[in-house]
Design a protein around this ligand. Sequence first.
Ligand SMILES: [Zn+2]
Ligand SMILES: [Zn+2]
Length: 64
Amino acid sequence: MINCDYCKAKRSVIYDNLNIYLNSHEAKGLCLNCDEDGIIYECPDCGLAFNIETTFRNKCTCQE
Ligand SMILES: [Zn+2]
Ligand SMILES: [Zn+2]
């Protein structure tokens, strides 16, 4: 679980982290606190996950 960029709740966003590798490391995420959804990208190199709709990047900072 990751922090929500919309309501700033800690570890409130759930996503399908078991199947995320099968889908280009992207999965739909949903915040259990504010109900906002987004596309979560999980970095295959460092494991960092973030919402690519709110961070406006589709690569991890470790790949830049
Ligand atoms: Zn939220
Ligand atoms: Zn990374």
